[in-house]
Design a protein around this ligand. Sequence first.
Ligand code: M6R
Length: 364
Amino acid sequence: EKGNYRHFMQKEIFEQPTVVAQTLRSYVRQVDQSVALPQIDYDLSKINRITIVACGTSYYAGMVAKYWLEQFARLPVDIDVASEFRYRDPVLEPGGLALFISQSGETADTLAALRHCKAAGQTIAVVVNVPTSTMAREADLLLPTHAGPEIGVASTKAFTCQLAVLAALAAHLAVLRGRMDRAEETEVVRHLIQTPACLNAALAHDEEIAAMAHLIAPARDVLYLGRGPDYPLALEGALKLKEISYIHAEGYASGEMKHGPIALIDEAVPVIVLAPSGPLFEKTVSNMQEVRARGGKIVLISDAEGLAEAGEGCIATIEMPKVHPLIAPLVYAVPVQLLAYHVACVKGTDVDQPRNLAKSVTVE
Ligand code: M6R
């Protein structure tokens, strides 16, 4: 049921603080402020490499996880979209963990990749939202998200719940491998626990974003830029906009813009910049100047500090709470989801059932 919401997608966007909290309850132990996986009978301490495979939005969650797993657990991570993965004959050595991410747990390409990895002797872990799904049944290690049923074809709450699980997994592996001490673990837990409140703060910008949707709706092309773990968010923002508003959108790593896409920039191409303040912020500011010098119109999504430094001259800004870099991808997912949603509403498209798309892609 949609309740007071116009669309399932809108309802699911607003459910995120609740379902992320619900998901985290299985991964964070309040008593001792530690991270723990729900399936405790599995020893991951001998894992020497991780291969992540998924499709669409779940793949972008995997891209974020690669940054976390490398940074915190110092584990090498290989990642691919499922439709490419098994056909390139990937090198899968003993001791590898293959991690599959899927809302439905039924996506044909991802399932085929899972079976390929199983046959190659990899340990199989899955992050799935449907506990009775095929992937859940075939996994060695089941890491469920507790997002509840996701009806909108455009994935929203499943994505942030996947990120919550993956953040906990990265921290857990970091602890197991002696890369994270108790103090750091407690710190991570503290930030994870704050996530639902930060998601609420991001959701509070709904009306503002609805108003700026009119600036984006007339565009033919939109560019999304981000760096580090927020780069996959640029890809996700572009995917959401494409799927439900049918506007052509592309996500790029901010620093990659001058290697090509900058040729597209003119007054008609809005550029959405996702940039929490931090050590790399200055670099993004120069990328913004490159856009502005070519007449490009920027929407900057940042925190108060970032907006104070670089908000001037943007056609619009959206202020996010100041958050720890670990949880920034979860929080910054909200404004890109809301922007896509409101642009689609302005355009009058079928938000929950966009043309040509199915909720679960069970054919290759
Ligand atoms: O059920 P899955 O997570 O395996 O689905 C993967 C993709 O088909 C899915 O994320 C798709 O890209 C969504 N429509 C994105 O909004």
